[in-house]
Design a protein around this ligand. Structure first.
Ligand code: AMP
Length: 115
């Protein structure tokens, strides 16, 4: 089932795109939780991490190489950043098109909220 991210990939709705190649698109999160908050999305519609397959390995690997490039471009490579991929309800996934968050530009604190 298509999501808002497929519409961004198809340029049917606007986004602040920072990177694109044959396999992935990266754009700024509409509700940033850090000075740098960018989403990197495979162009292929994959709903969740549970739905990945071996054929997706090139695109999924690209998420990491593009994250490293964006971190450099955004000036957060040395200060540091966090990469997050949420899955399903307990993971807090809201958009069911697999994506990687890159967050940085401030001290992010503990990895998980205390229970
Ligand atoms: P997740 O909870 O991992 O599914 O994250 C979904 C993210 O998508 C959230 O951080 C939202 O702020 C972001 N988001 C939702 N709609 C848009 C949009 N149209 N453009 C950019 N980011 C969006």
């Amino acid at each position: 089932m298509s999501t808002i991210f497929s519409k961004i990939i198809a340029r049917e709705i606007p986004a602040d795109i920072v990177y694109e190649d044959d396999l992935v698109l990266a754009f700024r999160d509409i509700a940033p939780q850090a000075p740098v908050h960018i989403l990197i999305v495979p162009k292929k519609e994959i709903a969740t991490v549970n739905d990945v397959s071996v054929e997706d390995e090139t695109a999924l690997g690209r998420l990491l190489t593009v994250a490293a490039k964006i971190a450099g471009d955004e000036g957060i490579a040395e200060s540091g950043y966090r990469l997050i991929v949420n899955c399903n309800e307990d993971g807090g996934q809201e958009v069911f098109h697999l994506h990687m968050h890159i967050l940085g530009g401030r001290r992010l604190g503990p990895m998980l909220a205390k229970r």
